[in-house]
Design a protein. Structure first.
Length: 144
């Protein structure tokens, strides 16, 4: 290779690196955000399941509402996620059905998850996760 050709290539590695590094970093940041969002969705499904299952084991409609919200909050905490705010809508109207009649309880959990630790330009600092689950009530257990 001649001296002239080497002089033209001088600094080209630095320019290539300056172009490539931001692209690679952006790719890895996108993978991290997508992974955290996926885990948050799974935690939302688990929270709705836990809340509905806990509500279905309650003896009264009022207890079902209280215990469902607590179970959803505990589920998010166990996953290491912070909700601000957490809403748990409990449809426990079928508690009024007579014993021996099939009935269910449905819980809709809404959570505004805070991702302040991964916030960067173009990425929101929070995501709204919404999940629901329906759990059967024991057909032959008393309900009041």
């Amino acid at each position: 290779m001649s001296t002239r050709a080497r002089r033209r290539d001088r600094g080209s590695a630095a320019v290539e690196l300056a172009i490539l590094v931001p692209s690679v970093l952006l790719f890895f940041a996108a993978v991290i955000v997508a992974g955290r969002y996926s885990l948050a969705r799974q935690a939302g499904e688990a929270a709705a399941y836990d809340a509905a299952r806990t509500a279905s084991l309650a003896r009264t409609e009022a207890a079902a509402r209280t215990e469902a919200r607590t179970a959803a909050l505990d589920s998010y905490r166990a996953a290491g996620l912070t909700c601000d705010p957490l809403e748990a809508e409990v449809d426990a109207s079928e508690f009024q059905r007579p014993v021996g009649t099939p009935a269910t309880v449905t819980v809709l959990v809404r959570c505004e998850l805070q991702f302040a630790d991964i916030s960067m330009p173009g990425v929101p600092g929070s995501f709204r996760i919404e999940s629901s689950f329906t759990s059967p009530l024991d057909t032959y257990r008393s309900r009041t």
